[in-house]
Design a binder for this molecule. Structure first.
Ligand code: ADP
Ligand code: MG
Length: 549
């Protein structure tokens, strides 16, 4: 188990001063996909230490000894966060909020109904960590080194249609969403259609397991890898704060690695657009009907336009269905406009397909010659079931020749099992706290933890149905816990937090030529240690950067 923190004393708060920032903590997130508890519950429920701008009256952590143990295990904390002067924190928080507002480190405010549809309306700063989180340089290098290897692996897996279909065959029977994706994939296989130009904008997520000291992969995202735009800004913000306050804090801004995720993702999209070779064509972003994380996406489009002069259009799947047209030569038109690249920031969850219209749109795009990011094959290659299949003995070797590369990948694999493995399900029923149960879903809030693992496994056993094929079991990873300042809705709280490092990567290939295979910046996400899930958009985590130790 990770280091717990049940002994936080609650705090009294003198709320005043900057009225814009003294709203009560929100109980829900800015995401459509929030199905679990938010990161910050209401004040009444909150055991957390709260800092309000103006007057600080912050709780002290009763279980400090326990927490310090956790930190010591992870390496020295970058700064003694119990000891930072409250007045100094107030100043830094204020500056962080000003900086975020001025530099577009923003999301739509869920309290404003129009904020998910209309840019420039109802904006609030993104949830952020006040200071970067320490992360050992050797693990950082390891994560960066893995990026191009994973890219190549996914590309090769995507080409093995039989492997994808066979691996997901049992899941298909019980999971309607995966089944629809597989149907599209089958149709493409039947057409014998080859994707000559393949583009992947990925993010591989890791946690550093405290006990084993191993960097272990949580998952590999091949669709809608979000926060490249805002992640870069958090890095810039933290560097700025350390330039201004580094001396007081004993921190050096140069220890925060540069983050060029936005620029490199834009570069990959631009290069794909160039390969498509139609100067009049646009890049199309597939979006949800409401998107409070739109500024993250707009950052990418803005760079794409300003640096590469590539225009983008934003369309929902329903709009693509009504406006889309497939020409006999494979050209895909939307509203009469040729589309070179389709970049999905929607389409990864059942909620994105409320009717047949959306599925028609997905198939139409897949049948076209437009470059899909991701193609249906890349999408399937990024499912949790495939992650589990790839972790089986001798499977990586089917796709990669280099022993060195397979060893590097395997080293970051956590324990992953299918529920067919009766020894493991037995263990998971006995010690459910050591496992996470995952369905084939993306976007946060879908996994099963703790006693629910046991209950679900027992129910599946009792029913004897094939529903077990909808899930995989994964070893639970326990990162070290450290005290962190988290800011959401203008309110700064000190809490015990754990972090997940995401490393972005881009892959572009045209036939035999690999045009791009690069690591592209990073995203640290930090969440209170008591929260199981980690999504920022889903309301569980804050955006963060890393301080190399
Ligand atoms: P999603 O596709 O919904 O993002 P993930 O596999 O990334 O699914 O899981 C969501 C979150 O749950 C992660 O960001 C992480 O915080 C937590 N999580 C997932 N797997 C594990 C694990 N094996 N150990 C500990 N936490 C995990
Ligand atoms: Mg995830």
């Amino acid at each position: 188990m990770g280091v717990g923190h049940s002994s936080l004393s609650s705090c009294s708060v003198d709320s005043l001063c900057i009225t814009a920032f003294i709203a009560q903590p929100k109980t829900t997130s800015f995401s459509n996909s929030n199905r679990q508890k938010p990161l910050f519950p209401t004040k009444k429920q909150s055991p957390f230490a709260v800092l309000k701008i103006g007057t600080l009256n912050c709780a002290r952590v009763a279980g400090e000894m326990e927490i310090e143990k956790g930190i010591a295990a992870a390496g020295k904390p970058i700064v003694d966060r119990h000891g930072i002067d409250d007045g100094l924190i107030q100043k830094i928080v204020y500056d962080a909020l000003v900086w975020s507002s001025l530099h577009g480190l923003l999301v739509g405010d869920r309290n404003d109904q129009r904020s998910g549809k209309l840019p420039g309306v109802g904006m609030v700063h993104a949830p952020i960590a006040l200071l970067p989180t320490s992360f050992p340089e050797s693990y950082w290098k390891q994560a960066c080194e893995l990026a191009p290897i994973f890219n190549e692996l996914i590309d090769r897996v995507s080409l093995d249609g039989k492997f994808l279909q066979d691996s997901l065959a049992r899941t298909k029977k019980v999971d309607a969403f995966t089944s629809r994706l597989l149907d599209i994939h089958s149709k493409i296989l039947e057409m014998n259609k080859k994707e000559e130009i393949r583009l992947g904008l990925h993010r591989s997520d890791y946690m550093l397991d405290e006990k084993t000291k191993l960097l272990l992969q949580i998952e590999f995202n091949t669709i809608s890898s979000s926060f490249a735009g805002l992640g870069c800004l958090v890095t810039d913000l933290h560097r700025t704060l350390l330039n201004d306050y580094g001396e007081d804090l004993g921190l050096d801004s140069k220890r925060i690695p540069g983050n060029t995720a936005t620029g490199q993702f834009a570069e990959a999209l631009a290069k794909a657009w160039t390969e498509y070779n139609n100067p009049r064509a646009v890049a199309m972003i597939v979006v949800q009907t409401e998107e409070r994380n739109m500024y993250d996406q707009h950052w990418l489009c803005t760079v794409l336009k300003e640096r590469y002069n590539v225009r983008t259009i934003r369309k929902t799947l329903a709009e693509i269905d009504s406006e889309g047209q497939l020409l006999p030569d494979g050209t895909f038109l939307v509203g009469g406009q040729a589309v070179a690249v389709v970049y999905f920031r929607a389409g990864y969850a059942p909620i994105d397909y409320p009717s047949e219209s959306e599925w028609r749109a997905r198939l139409l795009m897949e049948q076209s010659s437009a470059i899909k990011c991701p193609s249906i094959s890349y999408h399937l290659a990024g499912t949790k079931k495939i992650q589990q299949e790839l972790a089986k003995p001798n499977v990586l070797e089917r796709f990669l020749e280099s022993k060195e590369d397979t060893a590097k990948l395997r080293k970051c694999f956590a324990g992953l099992w299918s529920l067919v493995d009766s020894d493991i399900t037995k263990k998971a029923i006995e010690k459910p706290e050591l496992f996470v149960m995952k369905p084939q879903r993306e976007g946060g809030g879908n996994n099963i933890y703790g006693d629910d693992v046991k209950e679900t496994l027992l129910r599946l056993q009792k029913e004897g149905s094939e529903e077990d094929a909808a899930y995989i079991l994964m070893q639970r990873i326990f990162p070290a816990v450290s005290p962190t300042f988290l800011i959401r809705d203008g309110i700064c709280r000190k809490d015990h937090a754990i972090s997940e490092l995401g490393v972005y990567s881009a892959y572009l290939r045209n036939k035999e030529s690999v045009i791009m295979n690069d690591q592209c910046g990073y995203l640290m996400r930090t969440k209170v240690s008591s929260s199981n899930e980690g999504g920022v958009a889903a309301g569980f985590a804050v955006l963060d950067s890393i301080y190399l130790t």
